[in-house]
Design a protein around this ligand. Sequence first.
Ligand code: ADP
Length: 604
Amino acid sequence: MLQTSKRNAVLEILSKYWGYSDFWPFQEEAITSILDSEDTLTVLPTGGGKSICFQVPALISPGVAVIISPLISLMKDQVDCLKEIGIAAECLNSSLRSQDKVKIMQRLKTGKLKLIYLAPERLNTDWMKSFLKEIKLSFFVVDEAHCISHWGHDFRPNYRQLNLIKDQFPGVAIHAFTATATPQVQKDIIKQLKLNSPHFYKGPIDRPNLTYRMFRRDNNLVKSILKIIEKHPNQAGIIYCLRRKDVDKISKKLNGLGYKNLAYHAGLSPEARKKNQDKFLQEKVSIIVATVAFGMGIDRSNIRYIIHAAMPKSIEHYQQETGRAGRDGLPADCYLFYSGSDYQTWKVISNNSQNQEIMLNKLNTMYNFAGYPSCRHRYLANYFGQDYKKNNCQTCDYCLKEIEMIENPLLLTVKILTCTKETGERFGANQIVEVLKGAFTKNIERWGHDQLSTFSLLKNKNKSFIRNIIEQLLAQGIIGRENKFKTLFITSLGQKALDGNFAPQLAKPIIVEKKTKKVYKNKEDQKWQNFNQKLFEILRQKRSQLAANQGVPAYIIFGDKTLKDMARTKPITQKEFAIVFGVGQAKLVKYGKIFTKIIREYLQ
Ligand code: ADP
């Protein structure tokens, strides 16, 4: 922890530039180690406030901090935010004109910049390495550090070059940051970056303000999406699709029905993509229909819902994509529509790709997660190697009791397992379904399966019901599936169930969505709900206008929390405005008069 005098100095900076009065979990710890020049690895969830952990020490430390970031848009976003609050930061990337690059290098040489953002491939050029050796560096930051690991979900070969930092800049500390890293990826980051006995900080991966719901997709996808959009009028949302053609189809359909939205995928020209992204960030449009190309660097903090129209390819991706909702800490909803066909589509897309085996494993785990009836928050926390303490999260379909459970799951399980056993554990799911349904197919006749005791034992259920239950048993490790021929077999856990010593949890395949009231669980949540809505809308319009004039995303001007705090406390003097949440010195000077004027007019 920081000594009192240092702590006060750091808090003063936090308040002066950012308008925040306290640290969030693990920020103080990370800042302390960075100021002590000791290597760190910090894992905090999206929206957990990672940037401040290195931006604050960069201001205090002598020299310039080098921030490695994978994407130009990400760098630009952070640099825009920093400039807006009066901090000297720049990025060096291929999109700059050469005279601008020269100016930035000059400012670096003369110690006028505190932070410089670079892509890994730029760091690896000879001239950049020798240039950086000539100037005083405070430390290196590797942002999105999971990109360095083969085991991660976003492996970037260029990140491997970062092992050069320790060799070329001995004595300069490295600080790695990521939101999503399994224990295996954490180890790999430390190894690849050659971190020296790093301090390791890991915040709770859980995002308690997100409510997760998962549905098996049927033919009414668009209707289901519409229902969700209607629950979130005028609120920002992202609809993620697997393929470009799905994006175009859904976007067109929604626009046709009057739900204004923009599309985003790699098939659009870079100009069209940028235009659509800017419109979303400047709050000129609330809905984006996109592939995962719409991702990193989307820092709009008031996204209230994420819809996955298909399954993401790993739990890490799911965590990252849903993590874009509710970055302001207010409640947000995540809906996933999945189907076995998504699994097949990803398999085809990933065919021949590097690390296909790792990818298929991750895909399998994601599929099992979606189909496994249990607390979604707990599952996610456990997946990332953390305990989850609450018995009932109150923010997932399972804990909210929106998933209808099968009343006697053991009986149904035993029927399926017996059929698997009777057929000699030599058949795939299709044949087991046909036998239990009592179908007269060629294969049933050929193998004499109509003579089995389990033949037509589930004749009252439809095939997709039986198939779904088999998938749930697979997800829970009660049935196993052999890799090559996809034949089903009974696992040791399955044997326990057959012996009556273990009862699985099974959800009814047709999931009924019940209407639930939004629960604001604590006073802090209520505070952010208790504001003048009309004034908030007026302030929002002003923010949009300012953002458009300056050509920056709306949240760079002010986040929703700041506008809500204004709409709640209604400051009319500069002094009152200075204590609004998220108002630091630079923004007080720049926007104080504009916003207090609007509030005064409104009150009159
Ligand atoms: P991450 O990079 O971990 O996803 P950010 O650094 O973008 O998260 O922070 C998310 C939001 O939270 C930003 O708007 C940031 O300014 C805000 N924030 C960070 N730390 C604090 C804090 N101590 N108090 C209030 N807001 C904070």
